[in-house]
Write a protein that binds this ligand. Structure first.
Ligand code: SF4
Length: 224
């Protein structure tokens, strides 16, 4: 890892913990619950996807029931999460695939695999991309994955930690350079910073605790 990145990550992670504290990740009841919640969160906010997940679980207490349910009923249950038609089909298909591949609706076995093998299994499921896989590995199993969503991508790009054109490539790079012990806290606090301060349009650099570490601040903000 280039020394400059290592120091920047360590310092900025500490500054974020000073600002926001050590974040508490959402823990699902089971790894499969986590995966379904992650699918529901694709292309929408937690504010929309959490109620959709809660309603889905209320109406279908077991994933077996979802597999055999009328898809329209699943669509109705998850409507508040957005893209309900696409996600209902995706959820049913993922559940079917898991059952076909493993014989049951349970992802607990992944905890006994090396992270690369667990990741490959998740990526083999239709509708599960690198970010979703990384969220499950990190949140359900505490593995050293580093999911890069739109906020993490934007903030790390502005900080100068990565210069990739797409989040998937940035994730590959950041997974290597962010120390394992910092991954979960740094990921969650970067999202918070991206929502509140390092917003997409007009980042609030003047009030940002990371300004001394930030490439954008030095090269763009101070020059305007
Ligand atoms: S200084 Fe500005 S650009 Fe840099 S991380 Fe903070 S808000 Fe974002």
């Amino acid at each position: 890892m280039p020394e400059i990145h290592s120091q920047k990550i360590t310092r900025s992670a500490a500054l974020l913990e000073k600002l926001y504290g050590e974040p508490q990740p959402w823990i699902a009841d089971t790894p499969l619950d986590c995966l379904i919640a992650v699918i529901l969160s694709q292309n929408t906010s937690d504010k929309n996807s959490f109620p959709a997940f809660a309603k889905l679980k209320r109406q279908f207490p077991t994933w077996e029931q979802v597999i055999v349910a009328d898809e329209k009923k699943i669509v109705d249950a998850i409507r508040s999460g957005g893209l309900a038609n696409v996600k209902a089909e995706r959820i049913k298909n993922v559940l079917r695939e898991i059952k076909e591949k493993t014989g049951k609706l349970d992802l607990s076995f992944l905890k006994n695999l090396p992270i690369e093998e667990a990741k490959l299994f998740l990526l083999s499921l239709n509708g599960v991309g690198p970010k979703s896989a990384a969220v499950v590995l990190s949140f359900a199993f505490g593995m050293a994955a580093f999911p890069v969503d739109t906020h993490v991508y934007r903030v790390t790009h502005r900080l100068g930690l990565q210069n990739e054109k797409i989040p998937e490539k940035a994730q590959e790079k950041l997974e290597v350079i962010v120390p394992d012990a910092l991954k979960q806290s740094y990921h969650l606090n970067l999202i918070k910073l991206g929502r509140e301060i390092c917003v997409a349009r007009k980042p609030k650099c003047a009030e940002c605790p990371l300004k001394k570490e930030c490439k954008y601040y030095k090269e763009v903000f101070l020059k305007n």
